[in-house]
Design a protein around this ligand. Sequence first.
Ligand SMILES: [Zn+2]
Length: 320
Amino acid sequence: MMSVLRAPWAVVHSPGYTLDMSGQESLHPFDVHKYRKIADLLHADGLLDGGTIIEPDPLTEPEAASVHTSDYMRLWTDPETMAEIFEVDYLRNVSPDTIRTRYLPPYFAMAGGTVRAAREALQCGTAFNIGGGFHHAHADHGSGFCFVADVAVAIRLLMREKLIQRAAIVDCDVHQGDGNATIFAGDPAVFTLSFHQEDIFPFEKATSTRDVPFPAGTGDEIYMALLREHVPDVLDAHRPDIVFYVAGSDVHADDPLAAAELTAAGIVQRDAYVWRHARKRGIPFVMVLAGGYFPRCPEVHAASIGNVINLAKKQGLNGR
Ligand SMILES: [Zn+2]
């Protein structure tokens, strides 16, 4: 019987990821069009090679409750709480109903995208959510633009369905993945590995399974040496059934929220390195985007994702 061979990669994104800021965009360093720009660039540059972008279902509240407390979830429509999490004062003057109908849906869409990308990765080996990576969301509170812990929810759902037993989060966003660290503290099935600049937000660090802090000014060479020291070791020791890779590009030298000094080529090399070490061990790999606030950020992500797609194509479906 003929079987249809699927591509060894999947890209997940939806127009619903884009937040309607109603002209308030300039109040925030976050470019709300970043994810759409990346998806557009992937199409325009032919990097998807005729492949399609999968549109995910939004995360549901019962799914979010696999990680978050009900007391905290009730605050998701509270203007004061959301203004603090997103660090934008004008949200204090927005009605709970407007928050529910306008501000929450893009984040539920992106979190649903992380769950979908994880499911795709289990099938084809390599999947990207062009969004997500809200690693500062804790079980009972949010911070740093993050209220729903998309990666943690995906892990809990896959575990509940017995699709995976063990997971690793490799977090290369320039900020510590403190939310995922506290959610999985004391859970030996989930290894949290965070590479981050030591002297920036979050100022009170959580304890990841392994933290790799580095000083301001860290560039490509030292950063790659840290990856080589820790990534293969963690994957060999923990033997996860899936790797969630938090691929923040705010390690770039031009990023206004941090002081690492990676180049665009360094970020492409970093992403390919983590991908290669997961896939050569046959471990499904899911990339989520997390932070990145410099003007060329969409171009850098698109170039890197395109590079990993090409590597995945060469490798084929079965890995190694
Ligand atoms: Zn960040």
